[in-house]
Design a protein. Sequence first.
Length: 176
Amino acid sequence: MRYLAAENPLLPTTIELIFGAVAFFIVFGLLGKVLLPRIQKTLEERTDAIEGGLQRADEAQEQAKELLEQYRAQLAEARHEAARLREEAREQGAHIIAEMREQASAEARRLVDAAHAQIDADRAQALQTLRAEVGALAVDLAGRVVGESLADEARQRRIVDRFLAELEQQAGSAAR
């Protein structure tokens, strides 16, 4: 065999093959007994970490979904509340407008009534002043026509009142 080894430098000798095989099985045994459990333990830890991370991610995603649903519910509730407040404000506005219109109408009626009362008072005062002036003119005219003085004031008033009453009666019968 040595001859063969001398011929081909790439082929190992038999002793080298035996020592190589024994060393291979010793190293392989040591790796299987010592390193393989440590590698499996590390792989299991990594697997657990990855699965735990996925589980935590799933839990976080579930919590995010729950928070999103809560946010949407709160947003819907806030929109509903805002709509309710807007409607309430519209109703209050309409109520205030109605009250203001009612107050304005009452104030207008009061002003119209006060104006009518003032007009009636002015008319009565004008009528009284007119009666006094017509009476004075009538007495003066009657005194000139008759030629005597009608200085007695009580008599003047009776004559003027009777004259005006007759005029009013004639005006009332003519209006009918």
